[in-house]
Every structure is written in C-alpha cells, then in structure tokens.
Design a protein around this ligand. Structure first.
Ligand SMILES: NC(=O)c1ccc[n+]([C@@H]2O[C@H](COP(=O)([O-])OP(=O)(O)OC[C@H]3O[C@@H](n4cnc5c(N)ncnc54)[C@H](O)[C@@H]3O)[C@@H](O)[C@H]2O)c1
Ligand SMILES: [Zn+2]
Length: 369
C-alpha cells in the first residue's frame, strides 16, 4: 500500500517533561523518511516490534528508513489482538532482545496500535532496567492517545493494564498515511478519543470536530492531520502538568468509567475500547447534566456527534446493579466509591462522586432493554 507523498514538513508537538521531554511528529509519509528518525539515540542495533497485521503493511518501509542509523534492524511480529497483551507475549520481546544480543543502547520501535505500543513500552522500561524506545503508532487511537504520555502496561487475567510502568518514549512518529488502511470500526473508535478532548478542555475544538466529522470519517488527510495535532497538543498539556496521574490527568478518562464497565461487562473484545468510551461519554454527559455542569442541549449535541462518528450511543443492557458493581472495581474508584469524570462546565472537567440514585437514572435513560 503506497503512502501518500507529502512535501510539507511534519507538524511537531512537544511533550514538556524536563529531561524526559520528547517530540511528536505528525504528517503523511513520515514512516519511510529517514529524517523522521533523526532524533533517535545513536546505537548499533534496533528492534522493531509489530504484529502480524501491521508488519506486512509497514515494517519494510520503517526498516528501510532506519537502515542508515543502525547496523542491524531486527523485526519481531507478535500475534495480533488485545488477548495477546499479556506476560507470555511480553516474553517474546525479551526472547528476541536477548536472542539478538541486544544491549542497553538498543532502541525499540513500537510499530502498531495501542496494544503493540503498550507492550513494547513496558518491555523497553524493563529490559536491562530501561532501553530507549520510539512509538510509531498506526491506529488513530494510538496516535491521539496511547502512544503519547508514557503509560505502558500488559493485562493480567484478573485485570486490564494491571502490570505496567510510566516510561516515556524518546520520540513519537505519527504517519497519517497509515490510517488509510485502518478498518472503519477502528477509525471510529479512535474518533471517540479525539472527541473526548473537546468537552474536557476545548469547546472550539469540539466546534471544529462537529464541522469536520464527515471529512474525518471519510479520512480526509487534512482533517485527520488537524485532529491528531490538536489532540496531541491537549494531551501534551495535561501530561506535562501531571505525568503520573496524581490529579489533572484523570480528566483524560472522560467516558471511561462507564466505558470500562461496558467493556468488561460484555467481555473484552465485544465492543472496541473506543466504542465503549463513545457510549460512556454519552452516559457521563447525562450524569454531568444531572450534577448541573451542562444543559440538555450540550448532552444532545455531544450525543449526535458521537453517533455521526459511527459510535454506539445506547449502552448494552447489563442491568444497573451489574454496571455499579463493575464501576466499583474501576482503577479510579477509592474505597468502593466510584469516581466519575464529569463536565463541570463546557470545556472543563473534574473528578466527582455521584449518588447511586443519579447513576441509576442515567443508566435507565442510556441503556437498551
Ligand atoms: N498507554 C495509554 O495511555 C493507553 C491509552 C489508551 C489505550 N491504550 C491501550 O491501547 C490498546 C488499544 O489500542 P488500539 O485501539 O490501537 O488497538 P490495537 O492495537 O489492537 O489495534 C487495532 C487493530 O488494528 C490493527 N491495525 C493497527 N494499525 C493498522 C493499520 N494502519 N492498518 C490496518 N490495521 C491496523 C491492529 O493490528 C489491530 O488488529 C488497548 O490495549 C488499551 O489499553 C493505552
Ligand atoms: Zn481510552
């Protein structure tokens, strides 16, 4: 699949974290351009970690782009899927690193979506107590969210993302051309995380998304470029102030308390994460309205936008008791009290508890059955 050729220089967004600062480059055709990787630390060897879906599409281009920077560039293809985001698959990365005689300077490249990015990042954090790594995200979700900010993790049978580390990459390269091969459901799932940034931080961005939602769904390159850039800017701002989620960073979880309940209640993989977050944002908006932060018109507006992005807006009929039970074990809950991210006024979010009775009203209104 040829990537669109683009002569314009890439957009650049900086994550400001003192000595852990790094750039995010955003543009089309970056993957096969050696200049994209000029900021990569000097080393003898690199390992590209990808999966069986993404590697056949893009690994060759990346290998060629890196050929002049490293003496050897190895490729590891992991099995594709969230079910493989576990200790066993992580071990395949360590096997490859040790098998190739990789040292403390070996650079890991994560080529794929959030699953590959989270696993490769965690492998980089722990191999020889830390080797440099570069994110090359190829899904919209990974470009606007998971590749940025340094959260890395694998799943445990008893909980998602339960084993992990904060570990920042050296560089993030978002090649927008890769989004052209993304399955439509995955594109919509990524749009959920793009939309999220509007209500929590930037109503002008929400206006822009509303105007451009059809272009985004149609994968218009210019629209995607702006959406990725603005999303990364907002994530950079939040992460720059609260790298380890002691407070502010939690607002990035708007829609996620309800969303995680949908994901685990249905069984992981039934709905994509972004689909659950889209629907979860509808629920969180209704809760925000009941708590007085936004009006009915705001809720209606956000709901229509989520629907136009190709995302579900009606929650599955798990039953209110089950939803509440699932939300009480969410990572954000404290001493059994569920913590919701709510909109306290348009463009601003806060973490709040809510009376069960209000949550039940929201669930009754937003769920099927
Ligand atoms: N670290 C963080 O801050 C953070 C934030 C949000 C989500 N996550 C994690 O991210 C993961 C979800 O990431 P995701 O939505 O990218 O899912 P994913 O990595 O599973 O990718 C989705 C699917 O698209 C395929 N794919 C990837 N790029 C493609 C391309 N360009 N063309 C065709 N197919 C392509 C993948 O092989 C996969 O089948 C979850 O594990 C979640 O926990 C992490
Ligand atoms: Zn998310």
């Amino acid at each position: 699949m040829p990537l669109p050729v683009l002569s314009a220089p890439p957009e650049r967004v900086d994550i400001q974290l003192g000595e852990r600062s790094y750039p995010i480059l955003i543009g089309a055709g970056l993957l096969d351009d050696p200049a994209s990787f000029a900021a990569t630390p000097a080393a003898a060897s690199a390992l590209i970690v990808s999966n069986t879906t993404v590697a056949p599409l893009y690994a060759q281009a990346l290998q060629t782009a890196l050929a002049n920077r490293f003496r050897t560039v190895h490729l590891l293809e992991l099995p594709d899927g969230e079910v493989y985001k576990n200790l066993e698959t992580l071990n395949l990365i360590f096997d490859a690193l040790l098998g190739h005689g990789s040292d403390r300077k070996t650079v890991l490249f994560a080529l794929g979506g959030g699953v590959v990015g989270d696993m490769t990042g965690f492998a980089a954090a722990s191999y020889m107590r830390g080797v440099p790594f570069v994110q090359v995200p190829t899904t919209l979700l990974a470009q606007v969210d998971s590749s940025v900010g340094g959260k890395t993790a694998i799943n445990h049978p008893l909980g998602k993302n339960m084993i992990g580390a904060f570990y920042q990459p050296q560089l993030v390269v978002c090649d927008l051309g890769t989004l052209q091969t993304l399955p439509p459901r995955e594109l919509s799932a990524g749009l959920a995380e793009v939309i999220k940034y509007g209500p929590i931080h930037d109503m002008a961005f929400l206006d822009w998304i509303e105007t451009n939602i059809d272009a985004l769904v149609a994968r218009d390159p210019a629209a995607l470029a702006y959406a990725v850039k603005r999303s990364c800017e907002i994530k950079a701002l939040v992460v720059g102030q609260d790298e380890r989620e002691m407070g502010l960073r939690a607002i990035l979880n708007f829609g996620h308390t309800f969303g995680h309940a949908i994901e685990s209640g249905l069984g992981y993989g039934e709905w994509l994460h972004g689909e659950a977050v889209g629907c979860g944002m509808v629920m969180a908006a209704h809760l925000s309205q009941r708590l007085g932060g936004v009006d009915a018109a705001f809720v209606e507006r956000l709901t229509r936008l989520i629907e136009r992005a190709g995302l579900p807006i009606v929650g599955p009929a798990l039953g209110a008791d089950r939803y509440l039970e699932l939300m009480r074990v969410d990572k954000k809950s404290e001493a059994g009290e569920i913590r919701f991210v709510v909109i306290d006024k348009p463009g601003s979010a806060a973490v709040s508890s809510a009376p069960d009775a209000l949550v039940r009203e929201v669930l009754a209104q937003c769920c099927a059955g």
